[in-house]
Design a protein around this ligand. Structure first.
Ligand SMILES: [Zn+2]
Length: 515
């Protein structure tokens, strides 16, 4: 007899744990855009942030809670009363709010980090869940560093928070230390020793320090876990979290062996991965499973032969099933505003009429430079051309010369809202010369920390996308831009970072925004 497949709840923590990875910090509006895409992907739960951590984090959680319909939206908090209340304030307007509180339960964490004994931690956990339950019925409790905790104490604390009404119990492998067989054993043991656990949802949260996060999560599912915490592209602290796309596709492709289902709409996987990479500027490694550039590339001649005869010779899943086949031509020079709007809607962007006007202008400009425009080009256009930061300085023209035996020079013309300002500069390479000229005009002088160039699509007329991070005395800012001309997109990206510094300065001095 066929078993009914059990549903696994997909808890996405890209906006919280993921955002903690170096270089992956996101602005509130960027988080909202990604959250809307995660809803299109049909994740069950979105952890939107850690509201007590910063004002930006609070704002992002609140924005996601207000705007999102569908998934549960949760906010993380320590067991401190003020943390819990602050998290609730941020998430309370969600259609389906959840509070997620955590405390470390391993001796090493309790002794060195919390400087508290077991009894005290037990009381804090109980009181936190009780306080959270005053706000909402849906309360998740995490025993941080559970896999290195004493199993007896873990059972004790889990039983205690269940008594207080916790609805989800998360047993994280915080430091990525466990292996599949050990983890499954731990969870089975917990379930048999704490029978009340059957009334709650057992959750897991695996880190990838040994590259085992997905394998450990799968073993946990077989041992009774029904919620899995994961991130897009596997981003997260240190080596990252279990990758959502790998986990979901492992369950999908090996349905024959693993009788579990998720609600994930897998054709959205690739687009979600790309959107995250685009927002953060942190690219996906080419050989990354499911969403890497080479995940469906067949280079060896004998493989190509096989795939042409029958894709199943070397493909265990189709690129279409994860939405990776995005090379089809979507729009060209003669496409109208309506067609562009339509395509943006299909891509998950609901533009205001003003934003659409701007996007259409950028689109026609791009169509003059590039004859075929793909979905990725449109996403790049949105991400780079419609940023929320006002363009205090606008790029009017840039011209650079460089060669093997000459000093690189650049001429830049910027518009400051009133007049055009022209400067020239020389430098170590044309990009450097352009940055120097921009510094002279704007009066800002940033130190370039990171500079990356990637092509958005293939072909000689491909869009070159520049990501950079610049340190100014006011702080570190990222900039990005896409253009068919790499010197132009470098200038635009640098200017984007400069405009962010100016915008941040204005925000800080606006009396209306002081509270
Ligand atoms: Zn984590």
């Amino acid at each position: 007899m066929q078993r009914e497949p059990a549903f696994i709840s997909i808890f996405d923590t890209t906006l919280r744990d993921g955002e903690q990875s170096p270089g992956c910090s996101m602005q509130p509006r960027e988080k909202l855009r990604l959250a809307l895409q995660l809803a299109a992907l049909k994740v069950d739960v979105i952890e939107a942030g850690f509201p007590v951590a910063s004002l930006d984090d609070f704002a992002a959680v609140q924005m996601v809670a207000r705007e999102l319909r569908g998934p549960v939206v949760t906010a993380l908090c320590r067991t401190l009363p003020e943390d819990i209340d602050r998290a609730w304030e941020a998430v309370r307007e969600a259609q389906r709010p959840r509070l997620h509180t955590f405390i470390a339960t391993s001796d090493i964490h309790m002794q060195y980090k919390l400087k508290k004994g077991r009894d005290e931690v037990l009381v804090m956990a109980r009181e936190a869940v009780r306080r959270a339950k005053d706000h909402t019925d849906d309360v998740e409790f995490s025993a941080e560093d559970a896999t290195r905790s004493d199993p007896d104490f873990l059972c004790e604390i889990v039983a205690a928070v269940l008594e207080e009404g916790a609805t989800v119990i998360n047993i994280p492998d915080t430091v990525g230390y466990t292996v599949p067989s050990e983890y499954a054993e731990l969870l089975r043991n917990l379930r048999s020793r704490v029978p009340a656990l059957d009334q709650a949802v057992l959750s897991v949260h695996c880190h990838n320090d040994l590259g085992l996060a997905v394998a450990n999560s799968l073993a946990a599912i077989e041992a009774g876990a029904r919620q899995v915490e994961c991130t897009i592209n596997g981003i997260g602290e240190r080596a990252g979290n279990a990758s959502l796309e790998e986990l979901v596709m492992a369950l999908r492709v090996r349905r024959d062996l693993l009788a579990f289902e998720t609600r994930i709409h897998t054709p959205e996987l690739y687009r979600t991965s790309q959107m995250l990479a685009n927002i953060t500027g942190v690219g996906v490694q080419p050989n990354k499973a499911i969403v890497g550039k080479n995940a469906f590339a067949h280079e060896a001649g004998i493989h190509q032969h096989g795939v042409m005869a029958s894709p199943m010779t070397y493909e265990i899943m189709t690129p279409e099933s994860v939405g990776a086949k995005t090379t089809s031509l979507v729009l060209g020079k003669h496409s109208g505003r309506h067609a562009l709007d339509q395509r943006f809607r299909e891509l998950g962007f609901d533009l205001t009429s003003e934003a659409l006007t701007r996007a259409y202008l950028l689109f026609t400009r791009l169509a003059d430079q590039k004859k075929e425009i793909f979905d990725q080009d449109l996403v790049a256009l949105i991400n780079d051309g419609l940023t929320d930061v006002p363009d205090t300085f606008q790029l009017r023209a840039v011209q650079a010369t460089a060669g093997t035996h000459v000093l690189a020079t650049a001429l830049v013309i910027l518009f400051d809202g009133e007049k055009e300002i022209t400067e020239t500069a020389s430098g170590d390479g044309p990009v450097n010369a352009v940055f120097e000229a921009i510094n002279r005009i704007t009066g800002f002088s940033g130190e370039l920390l990171d500079y990356r160039l990637a092509s958005v699509t293939g072909g000689a007329d491909a869009l070159g996308e520049v990501f950079l991070r610049v340190r100014f005395p006011e702080g570190t800012f990222s900039g990005k831009a896409a253009s068919t001309d790499i010197v132009g997109s470098s200038a635009q990206a640098y200017l984007n970072a400069v405009n962010k510094v100016i915008h941040r300065g204005k925000l800080a001095s606006d009396p209306l925004l002081q509270s």
